[in-house]
Design a binder for this molecule. Structure first.
Ligand code: PAF
Length: 276
């Protein structure tokens, strides 16, 4: 496995249109390693490239950009031990943004200003801008993103389709702890007690799904009750909601659906989702 920090080094190692690519912000856990294994599996002959870059453009001023864990050494050790990654691309900010990134890729509001985008304005513009740039640098044939960031996966799929990028986008299933907590780099901000409490988010999503599957159709009331349930247990919920999978429009009968939630526990904002 090669660790490279510059675009020139990256380009010298890669033929265009070949790689299977896993973009990350680092601080890798088993969920990321599963995405790397998936990249290897979708293109067994292709070089697997993983990028490590904490992208300032997708953080709001009050968010955790400065304290976001940067763990290059242990990230590389995990990848080396797994043995499925060929190239780690870990540029610094000056390499990826040698001049202020004035050009941005702005996704359409109906996809990007709802849910996460409503509570993190500009988040998806930051994500699309960096991912589009990384795609230009790596020129992959395949890219793998986790379903844990469900809306991000949908927004990026639409970006690839609308911009005509010759990249096949794959979604990786969410990995969970044995107790059921979705793996996330932000879980390490939680105390042991909060980690147990954090299970209430997926439990609230399961309860929403059960109510819908039990025949309840007053979606707004169900969602409001789910938010109240979490708020009563010390959370600050942003949304708990039932949506169509393909465009995250409101849930309707007969369509493939997903329950999504985002809520703050103490100072840590957690997201989760369950397809049904
Ligand atoms: O999901 C992430 O880790 C980031 O949003 C991504 C896709 C690597 C872009 O910075």
């Amino acid at each position: 496995m090669k660790l490279v920090h510059t675009v020139a080094e990256l380009r010298s190692l890669l033929a265009p249109g070949l790689a299977a690519f896993v973009p990350t912000m680092g601080n890798l856990h088993a969920g990321h390693l599963a995405l790397v294994a998936q990249a290897r599996a979708v293109a067994p002959q292709a070089p697997v490239v993983l990028s490590l870059f904490v992208n300032r453009l997708q953080f709001l001023p009050h968010e955790d950009f400065d304290r976001y864990p940067r763990t290059l050494e242990s990230d590389c050790a995990q990848l080396q031990a797994q043995g499925a990654c060929d190239i780690v691309f870990a540029p610094d900010e000056a390499e990826l943004y040698p001049e202020p990134q004035g050009y941005r890729l702005v996704p359409p509001p109906e996809l990007a200003d709802i849910l996460e985008g409503q509570f993190r304005p500009g988040f998806f513009t930051g994500v699309c801008t960096v991912v589009h740039k990384l795609f230009n640098l790596v020129q992959p044939a395949h890219a793998v993103f986790g379903k844990k960031d469900y809306q991000q996966l949908m927004v990026l799929r639409r970006m690839v389709a609308q911009m005509g990028l010759p990249i096949c986008v794959h979604g990786g299933e969410t990995l969970r702890s044995s107790e059921g907590l979705a793996l996330s780099s932000r879980n390490q901000y939680l105390s042991a007690e909060q980690k147990m409490q954090a299970l209430q988010l997926s439990a609230a999503l399961r309860a929403l799904i059960a109510a819908w599957q039990g025949g309840a159709r007053d979606r707004e009331r169900l969602e409001g009750e789910a938010m109240d349930h979490l708020a009563a247990r010390g959370w600050q919920p942003d949304y708990l909601t039932l949506r169509r999978r393909h465009d995250l429009g409101p849930a309707r009968d007969g369509e493939a659906l997903v329950a999504l939630g985002a809520a703050r526990l103490g100072s840590t904002r957690l997201i989760d989702n369950l397809e049904f």
